[in-house]
Design a protein around this ligand. Sequence first.
Ligand code: NAD
Length: 288
Amino acid sequence: MKIAFIGLGNMGGGMAANLVKAGHEVRAFDLSEDALKSAKDSGCDTFTAAKDAVGGVEAVVSMLPNGQIVKSVYENDVIGHAPDGAVLLDCSTIDVATAREVISAAEEAGYDMVDAPVSGGIAAAAGGTLTFMVGGTDKAFDRAKPILEAMGKAVIHAGDAGNGQAAKICNNMLLAIQMIGTCEAFGMAEKLGLDPQTFYDISSVSSGQCWSMTSYCPVPGVGPKSPADNEYKGGFATALMLKDLKLAMEAAQTADAGTPLGQHAKELYEKFADEHGSLDFSAIGRSL
Ligand code: NAD
């Protein structure tokens, strides 16, 4: 297929390269010259205007920093410029309301469109092992699925437009709460005289077991290899976790959902991000 790709940063660069590897003709656009150069090296055709990149394509994929940018790119450069009948896929993490607004504008103009945010970081984007949570009509999902499969290991239909974003922020809110809880438990265990490895051996096979403990343990030298074993470098940056928690709390307010622990997690990550935004989110235990 002929596919336009807009936003070739840490995530989008690897994703676009995987579309090329799958045999697609990829027309890339980014505001950054460096990003465009890397995309060219990966086999994409590059363009200096989004409107040119979307010319003649069957699909448009975007991976952009936030909702404001996504709205502006789709309203100004994609809707009405991509050919009639093209399917549009926004993979950025943005707020639910903006995702629904942009999809509704695209549908009014006759396009099929999905929100398809991802779970998995830069390594998963490069390796083609992302999980996509997809919101949109059945028809839009069926059209988007084969494109997403070239970039990921799982593609899940979460329901109507915006539900991909809803799934993403609910999942990441739970992850943040669970990680803080895991750090608290390890910290308290140590203060009570329990060796961290011994606590892990017990809790990992008891009712306190969770992903943050057994797949991504925040304590160096305990459990499988994780960013804790690399001084909390790499992994999922605290700043990005904070972004997702802010989106989650905005959505909770709009939907009138009770999220006291989500709110507290956001406040703890806000404080920690002041000085340690680039560290992996599992370093939060340092601030407790
Ligand atoms: P990034 O900052 O590395 O990349 C964003 C790219 O968008 C940049 O290259 C930038 O130049 C480009 N851009 C900005 N405005 C543009 C415009 N108007 N037109 C064209 N290009 C424009 O960010 P990233 O880490 O690749 O993240 C992208 C999205 O993926 C975000 O929504 C983020 O929340 C989400 N995400 C990131 C991760 C991660 O681990 N990095 C994981 C999951 C989801």
